[in-house]
Design a protein around this ligand. Structure first.
Ligand code: V47
Ligand code: SF4
Length: 360
């Protein structure tokens, strides 16, 4: 372990990236603090002691979804399914207006793949949001939705992106990536687009001029090699496009899901995964601890493990909470500032594109 750590420290100091074998050795190591220290070093070089957060609101317009991934407790089959819903345009606008009044700079909007809603519905939402609250950055949809819209309208992903952008879309979140490996996808999301397609669509989104994030859903049936394969494909795409802003490992929440034997993610695995991601993804500036899935306490500790972003105030979250996340629904800006300060870091409110709004 000593040699491994010293070799990687030298690599970080010299800006040389680590190999897949080194990433595996870090995942397999029991020395959590040594892995964390390396991640903290890599982060220090990129971000000094700044930790970013934003004031945002999540809106999930529908939970009806044709994919029905087995890890997803949020989705419903159809309108007859108990608990299914689809928000009307006015509901969406009302939530966005409330967010704007509360100082939000971003709307994060994703939903299920609804079998009946036409592509125009999504364009209308974007146009109406822009007309109503032009100051809000709209971060919405993922490669999964873009592929779905492309199939609905018989267009290429690039054409879909151009239409979404013209209607008001400003960037995209990083969902739908899960774990790219085919064997894993067969078990947890057999109906979802392949990992290869997710990467191909995302490349077209980047080439179309929109930034995105990337996620990795971990702690279900995948092994360390699957995680490293996932990171490797993201690092390679980022080399080509530079279109990713943040990487967000999402800790799997097992309640109400259909993933047999999954027990959820412990603190050690969560911190190690964030740390290895920071060390391996040397071309991602931001590693985000999404407190909704991690809980606020682990997210705070993650700031000593290479993390430099805590996402935002969120306000209303369904995907993680339907699957048993015991984090609160929302946090205030003051809570985020205090949490970051108490971790010995400098809180910086950012907008979606990481322009700094205020340093605390
Ligand atoms: O793609 C679904 C995940 C994602 C569960 O880009 C689950 O800034 C854990 O992508 N346990 C959507 N995770 C959320 C997402 C996201 C969240 C916050 C910020 C950003 C960003 C993106 O949630 C889905 C899926 O991977 N998910 N079910 C579950 N049971
Ligand atoms: Fe649908 Fe997304 Fe849930 Fe999969 S994760 S079932 S695509 S809403």
């Amino acid at each position: 372990m000593f040699n491994l750590v010293e070799n990687i420290r030298t690599k970080i100091d010299n800006g040389v990236r680590i190999s897949d074998a080194e990433a595996l050795a870090l995942f397999e190591s029991d020395d959590l603090l040594a892995v964390g220290e390396l991640a903290a070093l890599a982060n220090l070089r990129m971000n000094a002691d700044k930790v970013y957060f934003n004031v945002n609101r999540h809106i999930n317009y529908t939970n009806i979804c044709v994919n029905r991934c087995t890890f997803c407790a949020f989705s419903r089959e159809d309108e007859a399914d108990e608990g299914s819903y689809t928000l009307a345009l006015n509901d969406i606008l009302e939530r966005a207006a409330e967010a704007s009044d509360a100082g939000a700079t971003e709307i994060h909007m994703v939903g299920g793949l609804h079998p009946d809603l036409p592509f125009d519905f999504y364009l209308q939402i974007l146009a109406a949001l822009k007309a109503d609250s032009p100051q809000l950055h709209i971060k919405a949809f993922t490669a999964v939705e873009v592929d779905y819209f492309a199939r609905l309208t018989q267009q290429s992903p690039s054409e879909v992106v151009a239409e979404l952008k013209a209607a008001g879309l400003d960037s995209m979140p990083g969902g739908g990536a899960e774990i790219f490996a085919t064997e894993v996808r067969k078990q947890i999301c057999p109906e979802k687009i392949s990992g290869e397609r997710w990467l191909e669509v995302t490349e077209q989104v980047h080439n179309g001029g929109l930034k995105t994030n990337a996620t990795m859903l971990f702690g279900h049936v995948e092994n360390f090699a699957d995680r490293i394969d996932h990171l490797s494909r993201l690092r390679e795409l980022q080399d080509r496009t530079g279109g990713f802003q943040a990487f967000i490992p999402l800790a799997f929440q097992p309640d109400n899901t259909r993933v047999p034997a999954a027990r959820g993610v412990g603190g050690v695995d969560a911190l190690k995964t964030l740390a290895v991601s920071r060390i391996y993804l040397d071309n991602f500036r931001h590693i985000k601890a999404y407190w909704v899935m991690l809980g606020l306490k682990v997210a705070q500790v993650a700031l000593a493990f290479g993390v430099n972003d805590l996402d935002g105030t969120v306000v209303e979250e369904q995907i993680g909470h339907d699957a048993g996340a015991d984090s609160p629904q929302q946090v205030s800006k003051d809570q985020l500032v205090e949490l970051i300060r108490k971790a010995g870091k400098k809180p910086v409110e950012r907008d979606t594109l990481y322009n700094e709004i205020k340093t605390y």
